[in-house]
Design a protein around this ligand. Structure first.
Ligand SMILES: [Mg+2]
Length: 374
């Protein structure tokens, strides 16, 4: 038991506009719609968490704000913040689903616990296996010429990993973009493909094989979330590594995925698993099955990116990097006091106690889309 008690809880809803529309196999996105959780203790500490839902993938901002404000508040006020698992089980008992709200809750609790212990979140959950992580940028502008200009700028910044979003404008357009990037940047570019469920299962194998000459590092989630057996079949018959994203959310779906060898790689996301520690359970299942992991994210501010960076700092093996680029290269602004640390194409894992980042209240007010709930 710690001497600290949670005294205050405030739920903010924000929308930060994006620099450009990003298109995906499951629709367009033009901003960051997040729910920010602020927990304060009677000892003067503040812990921060973020829920970043995507309605066509996980859930809604409205639902996650209600999850935190209405369903989680009763067991949090006057509670000891360091009893993290106890609170996470209470959240599961109070409300089915809503993994983003649960991720926000765990994030704020671990932020407080880390400040109390004088340790970074990655150290609380296992240790700092690495100080920095290669960062992938998602190429998802329907205007490919705009993307080429962005890539040229990012290339100068040292970014070498690019994930092309495919399956939203036709197979010929997808092949043209991949071929063009390989021709322009040669072997120096680490190119990946993400369909976001955009391929019809019956024709997926043939279309994916068309990319083999261009040697993408992996092909992510070609088919629908629930077409898990089809995804396993694709991973079995295609030489290119296949990554499961939408089809593997949490330890339970990861276990089934490992049993049917659904893919060669799992994308870890705290917004899918409901927090860092459940994502580490997914990573443990993957590791036992010989499946690689990757640091995925939703449309997030630097706050959730910081939590993702701590997660990916703590996984035992990491060869494929992460995609925590939103705060630096997608959103027009961020809510952190200091910029989310990206340098030379790499994410630098924050080193301070807790999440190691702090939120600017003035930015929360500026991007608010509703009055804060408290
Ligand atoms: Mg994905």
């Amino acid at each position: 038991m710690s001497i600290h008690k949670i005294q205050g809880m405030r739920v903010h809803r924000i929308n930060i506009p994006a620099r450009a529309v990003h298109s995906h196999g499951s629709g367009d996105v033009s901003g960051i719609h997040s729910v920010v959780l602020e927990l304060t203790t009677d000892t003067g500490l503040t812990g921060w968490g973020e829920a970043s839902p995507w309605p066509v993938f996980t859930g809604t901002a409205e639902g996650n704000a209600a999850a935190l404000h209405t369903y989680f508040r009763p067991f949090l006020i006057r509670a000891d913040p360091v009893q993290v698992e106890r609170h996470m089980l209470a959240a599961d008992r109070a409300l089915v689903g809503h993994p983003e709200a649960k991720a926000a809750l765990e994030m704020a609790l671990l932020d407080l616990t880390g400040q109390i212990a004088g340790l970074s979140v990655c150290e609380l959950v296992g240790g700092r296996m690495r100080d920095d992580i290669g960062m992938s940028f998602s190429v998802a502008n329907p205007d490919f010429n705009a993307d080429l200009e962005d890539i040229a700028t990012l290339w100068d910044d040292g970014v070498r990993i690019y994930k092309l979003k495919t399956g939203f404008a036709g197979h010929a357009f997808d092949l043209m973009r991949v071929e063009r990037l390989r021709a322009l940047y040669g072997d120096e570019i680490d190119m990946r493909i993400d369909y976001n469920q955009g391929l019809p299962a019956y024709d997926a194998v043939r279309r994916i094989k068309d990319f083999e000459p261009f040697r993408p590092t992996f092909v992510e989630q070609p088919v629908k979330m629930h077409e898990r057996e089809a995804l396993a079949h694709i991973a079995h018959v295609v030489d290119l590594p296949i990554m499961a994203d939408e089809s593997v959310f949490d330890p339970r779906t990861a276990l089934y995925g490992a049993q049917i060898r659904i893919a060669d790689i799992f994308s870890l996301k705290i917004m899918k698993s409901g927090g860092i520690r459940r994502a580490l359970e997914v990573a443990a299942i993957a590791r036992a099955a010989g499946i690689e992991v990757y640091g995925g994210c939703m449309f997030e501010t630097g706050l959730a990116h910081a939590a993702g960076a701590h997660l990916m700092a703590a996984v035992p093996d990491l060869r494929l990097g992460c995609e925590f680029y939103m705060a630096t290269y997608y959103a027009l602004d961020d809510i952190l006091v200091d910029p989310f640390p990206v340098r030379g194409g790499r994410v630098h894992v924050p080193t301070g106690p807790g999440l190691g980042v702090s939120v600017d209240p003035e930015k929360l007010a500026r991007y608010a889309v509703a009055p804060a709930l408290d």
